[in-house]
Design a protein around this ligand. Sequence first.
Ligand code: ZN
Length: 318
Amino acid sequence: MTETLQAYRCERCGAPLEVTPESIVVICEYCGNPNWMTDIREEIYVVPSLSKGDIERSFKQRVAEDFDLRRIKNKISIVEVNGVYVPFYFVTVKVEARYEGYKKRRERVGTGKRARIVTKREKVSGTLRSTLKIPILARRSAEDFSIFELAEHFRHSKPELIKIQEVDWKKIRLPVLNTEISSEEARDMARDEAGDRIREKAESKVDELIEFQCRTKIVNVSPLTLVPYWYLVYNYGMAQYKAAYAGWSSHLLAIQEPVMAYHRALYFIGVLASCAIAALGFAFLRDLRVALGALIFASGLSYALGRKTVSDVRIERG
Ligand SMILES: [Zn+2]
């Protein structure tokens, strides 16, 4: 059997394009021309990126300043630094929800020896309103390490945006991940997300949600926006670790760092301390509820810390 591969070429410069069946728009790596695979033609914006050298400098600076990394500075070497443009839509959604449910209340009834605590259910209702700006990754594939942080940092830092036609592509030359989600789909996804978030909020207001109605209104859908994302791989010992950066500000989004022997020691002390809290809780606190609370808190803590002692990589978020 022979496989036929349809070769796509850029409409403007003729360079080969990597097209998948899901691709909606493919940006030519050589000339920056947007090649639309559908009838849609929309505006595309680009966030200008810093250079590879800027990202390397940012990493080296962290290594020099970071409490953990500077101790192993001489054993760290950069393996690769790569940048890529990630397509996003930013959707503003107005959401309004009405909820009704039961809230449990503990009440003391009776007096003296006959006093007891009863749980009463009380019907409560309310309205929630909110305007949310929701980033939608315009890709179907699984999200990479720290893509969420990338979108959040974009929202907070509001970088400069340039129309793709006005970009000097020879200066940029970063590969662009193909867009696989249309702005219509992004609207629907943002609606769902906004609905889920406000439902969660309603659920947190009651112990049992019995009715929930929600209305969403799309206020604005941003043009397709290409956001520069850089990742750096570095070597330490026999292992490789990754750091991710926002391309316009070289802001560190997340970094994997080796777990050192002294981290393990600190976590271990943490586990011992939290076991001690649990023991103290039982021994000295008369009120059983407090003792139980201390035990639950402490065992949660020692569980979390105990997990850390066996992992070789810890992740710090910027
Ligand atoms: Zn081209």
